[in-house]
Write a protein that binds this ligand. Sequence first.
Ligand SMILES: *[C@@H]1O[C@H](CO)[C@@H](O)[C@H](O)[C@H]1NC(C)=O
Ligand SMILES: *[C@@H]1O[C@H](CO)[C@@H](O)[C@H](O)[C@H]1NC(C)=O
Ligand SMILES: *[C@@H]1O[C@H](CO)[C@@H](O)[C@H](O)[C@H]1NC(C)=O
Ligand SMILES: *[C@@H]1O[C@H](CO)[C@@H](O)[C@H](O)[C@H]1NC(C)=O
Ligand SMILES: *[C@@H]1O[C@H](CO)[C@@H](O)[C@H](O)[C@H]1NC(C)=O
Ligand SMILES: *[C@@H]1O[C@H](CO)[C@@H](O)[C@H](O)[C@H]1NC(C)=O
Ligand SMILES: *[C@@H]1O[C@H](CO)[C@@H](O)[C@H](O)[C@H]1NC(C)=O
Ligand SMILES: *[C@@H]1O[C@H](CO)[C@@H](O)[C@H](O)[C@H]1NC(C)=O
Ligand SMILES: *[C@@H]1O[C@H](CO)[C@@H](O)[C@H](O)[C@H]1NC(C)=O
Ligand SMILES: *[C@@H]1O[C@H](CO)[C@@H](O)[C@H](O)[C@H]1NC(C)=O
Ligand SMILES: *[C@@H]1O[C@H](CO)[C@@H](O)[C@H](O)[C@H]1NC(C)=O
Ligand SMILES: *[C@@H]1O[C@H](CO)[C@@H](O)[C@H](O)[C@H]1NC(C)=O
Length: 517
Amino acid sequence: MLSQTLGTVFALLGLANYSWAQASQNVSLPQISSSPSNASQILDPRLASLSIEFSYLPSFGGNLSNPNLLTKELLQRLVERTGVGPDIRPGGISVDSSMYQANASALELDESPAGGIYRTVFGPAYYESFAVFPNTSRYVIDVNLGNNTIQYARDEIQAAIDYIGWDKIYALELGNEADQYPPGSRPSTWASSDYTAQFLGWTSILSRNLSLPPAIFQAGSFAIDPTPTAPMTTVSIIQEGVDSTNEVKVFSQHTYQYSTCDPVRNAIATLPNLINHQNITAYLDLWKPQIAAAHSIGKEFVVGEYSSVSCSGKENVTDTFGQALWLADTVLYGAFLSISRMYLHQGATLVLQSGNQANSAGFSWYDLWYPVPSDRYGSARASPSFVAYLLITEAVGSSGQSQISLIPTPSNPQLAVYAIWDNSILSRMAILNLSTRNVTSSQDAGEVVVDLSEYVSGSGATVKRMTAPGLDSKDSSLVTWAGQSYENGTASGMEVIETLQGGSVTVKGSEGVLVFL
Ligand SMILES: *[C@@H]1O[C@H](CO)[C@@H](O)[C@H](O)[C@H]1NC(C)=O
Ligand SMILES: *[C@@H]1O[C@H](CO)[C@@H](O)[C@H](O)[C@H]1NC(C)=O
Ligand SMILES: *[C@@H]1O[C@H](CO)[C@@H](O)[C@H](O)[C@H]1NC(C)=O
Ligand SMILES: *[C@@H]1O[C@H](CO)[C@@H](O)[C@H](O)[C@H]1NC(C)=O
Ligand SMILES: *[C@@H]1O[C@H](CO)[C@@H](O)[C@H](O)[C@H]1NC(C)=O
Ligand SMILES: *[C@@H]1O[C@H](CO)[C@@H](O)[C@H](O)[C@H]1NC(C)=O
Ligand SMILES: *[C@@H]1O[C@H](CO)[C@@H](O)[C@H](O)[C@H]1NC(C)=O
Ligand SMILES: *[C@@H]1O[C@H](CO)[C@@H](O)[C@H](O)[C@H]1NC(C)=O
Ligand SMILES: *[C@@H]1O[C@H](CO)[C@@H](O)[C@H](O)[C@H]1NC(C)=O
Ligand SMILES: *[C@@H]1O[C@H](CO)[C@@H](O)[C@H](O)[C@H]1NC(C)=O
Ligand SMILES: *[C@@H]1O[C@H](CO)[C@@H](O)[C@H](O)[C@H]1NC(C)=O
Ligand SMILES: *[C@@H]1O[C@H](CO)[C@@H](O)[C@H](O)[C@H]1NC(C)=O
């Protein structure tokens, strides 16, 4: 629960804005049902979860003598909203060249001169980093499949059992993006059926050797978008019998809508292309058959790793407030499609990812926070996108009984409206105006006025606003959720809780609100 009512300002919405608001546009919504309709499954309070690049986890977590307090604080902000910590997947490409050794120090990296990590050896002290994560966070244990040596996977699972324990291990995952192994660690002929056969063989051996519980594995974790040319998907491995031995708990695929891995894709990874409701929804719609396939055999579907731009994001795009709007729309829409959880990747550029990528080594431009000071980013702090995880976690809430639906507004293509029912009662609405309002735009760029009077119950609705000087803002101290910024992990400034004006809420371009009905 939030306990920040002291010092809260109840603002009359928009008084300051109306003098210049000639360009306001009234939007009336289609009728929204008071009980869940066209809605998602019950939302997991851990919808907004995290993936942290395996070889960088100690940078994010610190250790027992030097815990990373920024990480600790930021994750507590999520616990306050949902009652539980986000799930954490220490994983990613560096897992597939990792090795646990009982006599190793926390982390021993073998790097190329350009900063590419080609081997990660870790020891018991690695697990000290986990102490900063919320006690209610659970872990997806991603282990080395890429090296094709089952002993590595066995030892890594054993270490996780010893140092994390089954009460916090949610699932085990073999490798990362196995559909991208060929032609490196697997021959170019390596196909979906080969993945499935290896999954069945290894899970059978590991289960016997380590006395694993049934249905404990997260299968898939594929990278390539599930278009008809995708080499392997949730659909294909289910058809091949990946769950025939009841080892699968959850299916996972990764989503990166854009990329800086090569110049052609780098060119279209722009803010106007990213912050586009049609692009966001059309992209996630590609996964509908995958989600349906998992659900058809009674399993969860998760996006086990995601962000907007692969190969570590893009400067002036994914390090702006635009990433917050992209995140809010992406995760709320993913929830509407009944994706159980989405694990936002926190990483660093791994120069081995591609031979002609745009980025050099350093933390990723899309990280939700920069955990330690670095040459590229300066001081450790939350990035401008962090506030999106506050909007999302408050939209989901803590009841464990909420459902979400997209309310279509086809004549306003850049408006994203979501209704959230809690215990089957229409309780909250998230409204995002994805139209561009840049820092340098003139002040009268316009706004949208949405009439919600019909849905307000009791003593009236309140509004929390996610905003910034503009879509392209990069200064976290100017990016706010309900009037407060979070650059050092705690709320800074006076909280601003607005009320509706005449039953309506006003949303400028590049801004989002969460209305509590
Ligand atoms: C929007 O609605 C308000 C009243 O609800 C009205 O005063 C205003 O003129 C309308 N604006 C436009 C552009 O229609
Ligand atoms: C239900 O959701 C789908 C999107 O999956 C949308 O196309 C459709 O218009 C929605 N129907 C209603 C009645 O809101
Ligand atoms: C803990 O982290 C600090 C700072 O990175 C480092 O100096 C120290 O050696 C670490 N302690 C252990 C036991 O690894
Ligand atoms: C697999 O492990 C062996 C032994 O450590 C090493 O020589 C090899 O380079 C590793 N392969 C990969 C792809 O990491
Ligand atoms: C650590 O243990 C491995 C065997 O698990 C051994 O090969 C290696 O030499 C040991 N390293 C040190 C520094 O003792
Ligand atoms: C987890 O619980 C332990 C024991 O109650 C406590 O000392 C520790 O601070 C908690 N960790 C976090 C991150 O809240
Ligand atoms: C599991 O495998 C290890 C070798 O990696 C072996 O020492 C151990 O005896 C095996 N345990 C069981 C129960 O098969
Ligand atoms: C995304 O949106 C832009 C408009 O901003 C459009 O031109 C583009 O074709 C869309 N699709 C992709 C894949 O970028
Ligand atoms: C990002 O913006 C800054 C400031 O405008 C500029 O100096 C820098 O070159 C830009 N970087 C890229 C990759 O466009
Ligand atoms: C806003 O800024 C972004 C990047 O800085 C640019 O790509 C876009 O064209 C700008 N849009 C407007 C409407 O000024
Ligand atoms: C963040 O800054 C506030 C003051 O602005 C301070 O009270 C708080 O202790 C700081 N938190 C951290 C984690 O540094
Ligand atoms: C969103 O904001 C823009 C200003 O950037 C405004 O022109 C537009 O009317 C607003 N509403 C919608 C539905 O896009």
